[in-house]
Ligand binder design. Structure first.
Ligand code: HEC
Ligand code: HEC
Length: 469
């Protein structure tokens, strides 16, 4: 009972409080001291707890119920009231209670159950305290304050750190590329009845003969669903033995085993012709051989996803400007530059952006609709499956929710990394400084697969005539 007295600033109100306590202690009617006591016994423990609140069910970081609590009942009430989080006339419908109730609506039943106890406790604590506050004419009439308690980051950052956004991004950026590791690491994609998959069936059978159950389980990097895959990657990376790189490395995303293994060669052969044991630390070797190329579109999207995930879980984003663009939609549409210009070194990183024609305005749209990244091959080609960009609702409506592009006239802009920007930050998008030239594809058909790539010849890439202002 003494805790709250400290926050009252006038001796008179202390006396008043004591008197009211004496007067109403047996009646059970909600009154001033009830709200104070409730605050001390129910809300302060939540404030002081080292445990994350139930919000963590959906928010990986950036928001916690504690963010809305100040160290006094009055101050907390005023702060919530003035932010529209308390409904004075219908306390049970207060927005802060609805935020706590969010967890009830989660479609993920397991998550719902894990956090149920915490959620119920928080809900009971806040609803009884709020109900008591709302019955107090004195509290209702408290003057506004400039001290408002809320999360430190803007709403956009809070939304970005949501689990479902992270999973959605994982599906687009990582899961979508799993067929590059087929069949060895994606056994659930094997369809034995498909005549075109007979080679894959055989490859996988050989693996099951060669390896024991534990090893086969480790080979199953891509599990049956994206959620299971994500959970496995995160869980197994938490405690990685000394002799292995973690599957995903939150401190150094590009050096994750997931990315470095498939960029490594087969182990050397012993004299009798068998392979030496593969290595899981630098220098790495991979029994699957080279399957990923540094700075191709898959490498880029994987590093970008791991980096974003790391920052989200560490609560590293503070402002909206720091948030990465996360609007890439994978596709099987391939763009190829053949006969790359002589100025492009083999191994050099090239980014290609596709722009749509605005027929009404007789010009190209400024914002690209797709992009890919690749490196110049020894045969002087650059190849990449496109990521479609900014698939907002209107675009999904126009083209359906599959990653497709309509037929027609498009412009390809090529950017070449001459300054090692991508090496420095694998997720970087090149800019004006790196612009090499552009070329039109007059009749793009955009069909799936490398065999049906849309091709632009390097000699067609030209810098446009810039009209002098
Ligand atoms: C079941 C999942 C779930 C739980 C649990 C949850 N939220 Fe959210 N929260 C969301 C979703 C979804 C959004 C994004 C809404 C949108 O984009 O319009 C969001 C957004 C927010 C925002 C940003 C503002 C806004 O309305 O978009 C705040 C602040 C917030 N939540 C606070 C909380 C607090 C505090 C808790 C815990 C008491 C909590 N949330 C628990 C799903 C949840
Ligand atoms: C043709 C089969 C094959 C393909 C395709 C293949 N790998 Fe592998 N991979 C293996 C084999 C076999 C091993 C086990 C031996 C070893 O560690 O090198 C392995 C091991 C790994 C490991 C270590 C797993 C662990 O936890 O021990 C990772 C990570 C990995 N591969 C990533 C990839 C990725 C990512 C791709 C696709 C971009 C890929 N591999 C493509 C055959 C393949």
């Amino acid at each position: 009972m003494f805790g709250h007295v400290f926050f009252m600033n006038r001796a008179a109100s202390v006396l008043l409080t004591v008197l009211i306590v004496l007067g109403t202690s047996a009646s059970g009617a909600a009154s001033e001291p009830d709200s104070l006591e409730l605050f001390d016994t129910r809300i302060m423990p939540i404030f002081r707890s080292a445990e994350p609140s139930s919000c963590v069910q959906c928010h990986l970081s950036s928001v916690d119920l504690k963010n809305y609590i100040l160290p006094s009942s009055d101050a907390t009430f005023v702060s919530l009231r003035d932010q529209g989080l308390i409904d004075l006339n219908s306390p049970q419908d207060s927005r802060i209670l609805n935020l706590i109730r969010m967890g009830d609506k989660d479609l993920d039943e397991a998550a719902r159950l894990i956090h149920e106890k915490m959620r119920t406790a928080e809900l009971e604590a806040f609803s009884t305290w709020i109900a008591a506050c709302c019955q107090s004419p004195r509290m209702r009439a408290l003057p506004s304050s400039t001290v408002l308690a809320r999360p430190e980051v803007p709403d956009e950052v809070i939304r970005h750190a949501r689990k479902s956004r992270v999973v959605d991004s994982f599906v687009r950026n990582v899961w979508s590329q799993r067929m590059r590791c087929f069949p060895c690491h994606a056994p659930h994609e094997i369809d034995e009845s498909n005549p075109r998959q007979q080679a894959a069936v055989k490859t996988y059978q050989e693996l099951t003969k060669r390896y024991d159950v534990r090893m086969l389980e480790r080979l199953e990097i891509f599990r049956e669903t994206p959620e299971e895959t994500l959970a496995y990657l995160i869980e197994s990376s938490k405690s990685t033995p000394e002799d292995r790189l973690p599957l995903i490395d939150l401190k150094d995303p590009a050096n994750s085993l997931l990315i470095q293994k498939p960029m490594s060669k087969l182990p050397p052969k012993r004299d009798e012709g068998t392979f030496e044991e593969p290595s899981y630390r630098f220098p790495l070797t991979h029994m699957g051989g080279l399957k990923l190329h540094p700075h191709d579109q898959t490498y880029k999207s994987w590093v970008a996803w791991i980096q974003d995930y790391a920052k989200v879980t560490q609560g590293a984003y503070q402002s909206t400007e720091e948030l990465p663009v996360d609007n890439w939609y994978p596709s099987q549409l391939v763009l190829r530059i053949k006969g790359a210009p002589a100025a492009w070194p083999v191994g050099g990183v090239v980014q290609l952006f596709v722009h749509e024609r605005d027929d009404a305005e007789q010009r190209w749209h400024d914002d690209p609709v797709a992009f890919t990244q690749g490196t110049v091959t020894p045969r002087r080609m650059v190849n990449g499956a496109l990521f479609l960009l900014g698939m907002d609702e209107s675009r999904v409506e126009r083209w359906g929710d599959t990653a497709e592009l309509p037929r027609g006239r498009f412009l390809v802009k090529a950017f070449v990394d001459t300054k090692g920007k991508v090496e420095h930050d694998p997720t970087v998008i090149l800019d004006v400084d790196d612009f090499y030239g552009e070329a039109e594809i007059p009749k793009a058909r955009w069909r799936e697969g490398f065999r049906h790539a849309e091709i632009v010849s390097g000699t067609e890439l030209k810098k446009p005539q810039v009209a002098t202002p």
